[in-house]
Design a protein around this ligand. Sequence first.
Ligand code: ACM
Length: 269
Amino acid sequence: MKTGFVQFRPVFGDNAGNLETMTQLISSVDADLLVLPELANTGYAFTSKHELGDIAESFDDSQSLDELQTLAVKKNCSLVVGFAEKAVGSLYNSSALLRPDGSRELYRKLHLFGAENLFFMPGDIPFAVHNIDGARIGMMICFDWFYPESARVLSIKGAQIICHAVNFVLPWGQNAAVFTSIQNRIFMITANRYGAETRGEYSFTFTGESQITNVKGEILAKAKQKEDTAVVTEIDPGDADNKCLNKHNDLFAQRRPEFYGDIGGKATL
Ligand code: ACM
């Protein structure tokens, strides 16, 4: 299966320009699955709910998603892309899976980072695994990685590939993805952006270096820190179905949930 990522530098507020850049990069490769960054159509550094509300789009009626889905159909390629979502009464930092058969799926970022908490609502949809042609995928968005439960839940539910749309501003995300792959024996496609945004009191520098890791945490492809990149790597998603580290360690079969306590409950600190 040909899987990859698109890395670029979204320009804040320039939906049309960002779509054009994404279209060019997607068109430049031949893939079955491509992951694009978080908030890829709008940029990241919102300064008010009003500003976000003006630019956010509804999942079912979005010019950005419609245009990208047309491309998904034309290229016979599933796309996962982060976008600013306007739902009834709420704004979400979301990802869409756009399949080449015209169907689409939605994920809303559960763990918001920093000032995102001022503008977006935390997600309200459980982690889910979706079938695409050739693989089972799960979606996470950026800071979700700080909660190992995110990738774990997706892996336990059977995801083979985690499609991680990100706007990394902290220095650890790429390294964390290596360990997430190792711990869950899954593929991670980490699609980051690059560049900087300074708006209002907020200033962000995004770290690029998008990457694909295999079930052993090996980095199969990595982008530079600051460069438009579309990269595709051949993988066998079935590798993620084998959770055996060696003949004595079947990682998932040997989990001990009866001793993990109330991992889904409230923390005491
Ligand atoms: C982030 O969650 N975009 C840092």
